[in-house]
Design a protein. Sequence first.
Length: 327
Amino acid sequence: MQSSSELFPVALMGAELRGDLTEDVYRLKPGNSPDPSVELVLTRLGCFGAGSGGVPVILVHGSFSNRRFWYSPKGLGLGPYLARVGFDVWIAEMRGHGLSPRNQHYRRNRVADYARYDLPAIAAFVREQSGRAPHWVGHSLGGITLAAALGGQYLDDDHAASVALFGSQVSRVYWPLKVPPLEWGGRLFLRRFQVLSGSLLKRGPEDEPIGLAIESLRWHGLFGRFGDAERDWWAGLADVRVPVLAVAAAGDHQDPAWACRKLVEQVPGAYRHFQLLARSEGFSEDFGHIEMLVSKAAEREVWPLVSHWLGRGCLPERAAAADALVL
C-alpha cells in the first residue's frame, strides 16, 4: 500500500492480514489547522483477495468512542461487513481518540475544528487514494460533525458522495441552559477541567476534551445556534447539494427521533431521506442509540440497509415507502 501523499505527510503505521480482512493503518499530519501538532489515524479495511476499486466509505465514531465501535478485534462490526460486501472502508479516529494522539491543544478541541480542518483533510486523502468522492457514515457526535461540515460548506460534492447520520441531532432542548446565569456558571465550572472522562461517566472507553462540552453549552444557550463565530451551520444546511440520510431509533432516549428528523429537514427536499428504526416500520424492535448499529438485530436489519444506501443511493423499497410518508 502507498504510504505517502502529495497532499501532506502520511505514514503507513501497519499493514496486516486479519483473517479474511486486510488492515492498513495510516497516520495523517495535515498541518491545516491553528494547532500544527494534530495527527489523525485512518484504518482502511478490505477483503483479502478482492482487489481494489470498491466504493469508498468513511466511518466516523461518536463521543467517548474510537474505531472499535465499527470494527471489533474479532473482525466484527459494520466496517468489516461493508468490506466483505465490496466497499473500500476507511475508519476515522478523531483527535486524541484510539490511535490518533492527543494534539498540543487537546482540551480546546471543538466540533468546529473537526468540521473545518479534520474532515476535509480526511476526505482529500481518501479521494486521493481511491480516485473518487467517498461516502460518509457518522454516529451520534460523528454525525453532528458531518452536519457541521456540510452546513459550513467544508464538505461538498467533491469530497462527499453521500452522508448518513445515525442518532444525530442538535435540537433537544435543555431548559436550564436557557437561563443565562446557569449557562455562564456551567462554562466557568467546566473550564476547571481538561477532559470529560468516559470511564468515570460510564459513557465509553475514551475521554472527550472539555472544549466540546463548552461548545455544546453555547449551542444550547438562550441565543445559541448550531454554528461557530463565523458561520451558521444550521442555516447552511439549506444549501446542501449532497444526498443526506438521517436514521433515528425509536428507543433512543438520548437523541430522540423527532430531533434527528428535524436536523435532516434542514436539507433541501430533493437531497434528504429519513428512516426510523421501529417496530411500527417493520423492524424487529425499537432500536436504541448504540443498538441501532451494534447488535445482532442491527447486523440482520440495519447493516444491509446501509449497504443498499451506499451502493444505490436510496433506501430499500420498504424503507423508501416509510421515508416518503414521513417527509
